[in-house]
Ligand binder design. Structure first.
Ligand SMILES: Nc1ncnc2c1ncn2[C@@H]1O[C@H](COP(=O)(O)OP(=O)(O)OP(=O)(O)O)[C@@H](O)[C@H]1O
Length: 211
């Protein structure tokens, strides 16, 4: 397993009481496994990603990650002044020849060979998201945490991004956890779990409405 969450408890202060965002949540994701987290607004999905990425420490329970974590954000969060290539080199820190070659290889892998020298405003929403995926892979993560990757995209482009995530999960054998409201692409994941009021239910994709 690359990602282990065991009995994780997380609460936030809310006036003189506390709101429970994660209520003894356990989740294990294996290398090469692609898991989707769905659930209504406020159910705890972002909290789950933040705890899994060790951005927030839980009050109780344990979080174990084998190796490093890569993040892909909702709007890709690219720096406006940098080219696609430089977005990746910034993560590589140095930009030496090896990093450059690796960044170019990753951009080619996500289908952006022609766009390496473009800045974010010269890229489509789907292409920006692809840069975000390539950037997350720069650190050779064993866990990939992805927050609403399709929210700014139409159906077709959204699906292409989820297909890309499926492919990189397989190729790089990362444990991928994607938070999504978008139920249209869940056929591409291995497993879907649902958050409700801070609790995780391991509903298999068979529990989803059939089309
Ligand atoms: N910093 C905070 N302080 C207090 N309460 C918080 C804080 N962050 C989140 N919460 C509360 O914790 C619960 C879980 O929030 P979280 O953001 O994890 O849900 P979510 O499922 O990601 O929601 P959305 O789909 O709207 O992004 C909610 O009740 C929310 O109001």
């Amino acid at each position: 397993m690359s990602l282990h969450l065991d009995e994780v408890l997380l609460t936030y202060p809310d006036g003189d009481r506390r709101v429970t965002a994660l209520d003894r949540v356990s989740l294990h994701v294996a290398p090469g496994e692609f898991v989707a987290v769905t659930g209504p607004s406020g159910s705890g999905k972002s909290s789950l990603l933040a705890v899994a990425g060790k951005l927030i420490a839980p009050e109780a329970g344990s979080v174990r990650v084998t190796g490093t974590v890569g993040f892909v954000f909702q709007q890709a969060n690219l720096l406006p002044a940098l080219t696609a290539l430089d977005q990746l080199l910034l993560v590589g820190h140095i930009g030496g020849r090896q990093d450059r070659a690796r960044a170019q290889r990753l951009l080619a892998e996500v289908g952006l060979t022609e766009q390496v020298n473009r800045r974010p405003h010269q890229l489509s929403g789907g292409q920006r998201q692809r840069v975000g995926v390539a950037r997350a892979l720069m650190g050779e993560p064993s866990v990939l945490l992805v927050d609403e990757p399709t929210s700014a995209l139409d159906h077709e482009r959204g699906r292409a991004v989820v297909e890309l995530l499926r492919r990189v999960t397989d190729t790089h054998q990362v444990a991928t956890l994607v938070v999504t409201h978008d139920l249209a692409h869940l056929d591409l994941v291995d497993r879907t779990v649902t958050m409700l009021d801070g609790r995780l239910s391991a509903a298999g994709s068979a529990a989803l409405p059939r089309h």
